[in-house]
Design a binder for this molecule. Sequence first.
Ligand code: SAM
Length: 328
Amino acid sequence: MDVPCVRVPREEGEATRRELAAADLIADDYEITVEDGWLYVPVTDPDAVPADLEVVVRAAPERETQTTPAELLGSEPSFERLGDVALLDEDDPERAREVARAIVDSDLPLETVLNKASKIKGETRVRDWEVLEGEGTETVHREYGCEFALDLAAVYFSPRLATERHRVAEQVRDGERAFDMFAGVGPFVIPFAKRGAECVGVDVNERAIEYLRENARRNGVEERITAVCADVREVVPEYEGWADRIVMNLPHSADEFLDAAVALAGDDCVLHYYDIQHEDDPFGPGERAIRAAAGPAYEVTVETRRTVRSYAPHELNVCLDVRLERGD
Ligand code: SAM
């Protein structure tokens, strides 16, 4: 069967395979093959492969099949993976229990199964989970070569944003100053710091900041990350005019923090502004709010308008990459 494969010289094969495995990009259903000194590693999402790797489409043999949850259930269950945890969004309690049992009885390396038990709530954006299988809600998730320890019952984290975070991280340059206003356990600042940025991550959730500090150590970047537990508005005076890059991932209410973001911005600063809006005009409200907050002191240029994912019927989660340049 034809599948997208990363093609690398054989001697670079193991390092590349490890890099792709860390980003959860290897298509496990197909064999890795070698031909004429090249290694071909089948991948699940060619668009998420780092830009410096070559992707080709070629025939790859299917692997000897392992027992999957679908085989045990007789139908394909829907779930997300986060470290060794499977996350379900199942309303029917009996179906949830059946799916959970099939997941842990399958050959997948998943030990714990959680079912969503509430919507995302309050200032800290944490939801309740029902533990269907396994011991608890803590895990270690790997994404593009970084490791994140986290407890889903205590902090916000979404594995669905991995490709988007990687897109932003790839823009970061050695030595720049990056400020994440709503940092969580560090999925932006840790890859930023790995690329040589000096980072500040702020979060009002004390547990998120504890994990951010732990994750900075795990990833060997604690020297380049300052983690602050506070309402970000209280931190602004200390970092006025400091940032070359600002991340605002608090969709629904990021507009309320734009004055703080503008105060943090240096003379030439890129703002990554996340928003959730109706599909009829997903970028307009954010763009207008940014222009209102930053002008006339800053010239505002929208560099990217990107749809990250569909959030709800007719609602999109979007990102605006906006350059703020201070006028004379
Ligand atoms: N950036 C992280 C990520 O992508 O996983 C976390 C994003 S989560 C949607 C928003 C985070 O903002 C939560 O961790 C929440 O605790 C934090 N938060 C909410 N209001 C805040 C405030 N006023 N100051 C600082 N952090 C805040």
